[in-house]
Design a protein around this ligand. Structure first.
Ligand code: SF4
Length: 300
């Protein structure tokens, strides 16, 4: 698979949505399987569940056969019985799309007073027409958007944020594992020998190689995209731990480079970046004596 080809949930969702859009009578599990034969059923089933949950697809049954039908999120609107205030606020929130809009801006645009606006927002939220989402870029302030919309990464922070908090330990572990993968590839290339140019060319890895390695490690609770990992690898480039080149297809390839300055041994100790250091003690299951990472470092 080429870099940029999607193996991510997000792109799977797009593929399944596009398939459903192209068949207004609905699609079956078998249609999806045929459409994306290179993806395992259990992986695309997760994407289907997400689309059902966010209202992009609807489930139907006909003669014991299940169908998924595309449901345009923009068609969901306020009831006919809704009052004008609800319609005005709905329109303002709809225009904000998946970026959402602060209550202050809704108030400014709608000319409603705070009591009226709070009442309208509460009513629309109760009817599941809109939802409030905490935004990482606005000091965790709430923004409002249509209920069916998936918030933009600028609102959720993307894969590096959990409940709007930056997951620095997770990013450190990914950074370390990506570097390990690149270093191992470099070592293999050196072992195979040949001229410097051959070694150099053999030590390059594509983004998909890195994505596959990280996915197989199973260290991430969220589905990471190739783009997520590309941002991690770029930090390695900025730290002078890796370099990247563009291949003839315009895709980046990465390789580990030896830093100009040797790292002092203590800096490489596993405890410095250990994600479970808080649970490590002299007694108990997680302890320095039983720790293979620490022992590997001591025997280095
Ligand atoms: S000894 Fe092992 S488990 Fe304990 S903090 Fe260090 S690396 Fe983590």
């Amino acid at each position: 698979m080429e870099v940029g080809e999607s193996s991510t949930n997000q792109s799977l969702e797009t593929k399944i949505t596009d398939l459903a859009k192209s068949k207004p009578d609905g699609i079956t599990n078998s249609d999806i399987g045929k459409h994306i034969p290179d993806v395992e059923a259990q992986i695309w089933a997760k994407a289907v569940n997400k689309l059902l949950k966010n209202g992009t697809l609807e489930l139907f049954q006909d003669k014991n056969q299940l169908f998924y039908k595309y449901k345009d999120p923009s068609k969901k609107t306020v009831n006919k019985g809704a009052d004008n205030e609800e319609k005005v606020v709905y329109k303002i929130i709809e225009e904000a799309g998946c970026i959402g809009i602060w209550i202050r801006d809704i108030r400014f645009k709608s000319n409603l007073n705070m009591t009226q606006l709070n009442k309208v927002l509460k009513s629309l939220e109760t009817k599941k027409i809109i939802k409030a989402v905490k935004s990482v870029s606005a000091g965790k302030k709430k923004v409002y958007m249509l209920y069916d919309l998936e918030p933009d990464n600028s609102v959720t922070g993307g894969a590096w944020y959990q409940d709007q908090d930056f997951e620095s330990e997770f990013v450190d572990v990914l950074n370390q594992q990506c570097h390990r993968f690149l270093s191992e590839r470099l070592e293999e290339a050196l072992k195979q020998g040949g001229g410097p140019l051959l070694v150099r060319n053999r030590s390059y890895v594509s983004m998909n190689d890195v994505h596959k390695f990280i996915s197989e490690l199973g260290i991430s609770k969220v589905q990471l995209t190739v783009e997520d990992l590309e941002s991690i690898l770029y930090t390695l480039v900025l730290d002078n731990k890796a370099e990247r080149i563009l291949n003839p297809k315009g895709l980046y390839l990465y390789r580990a480079v030896n830093s100009f300055l040797k790292m002092p041994g203590i800096v490489k100790a596993s405890c410095g970046i250990c994600p479970i250091i808080d649970r490590c003690a002299e007694t108990g299951l997680i302890n320095p004596k039983a720790c293979t990472y620490l022992n590997d470092w001591l025997n280095e």
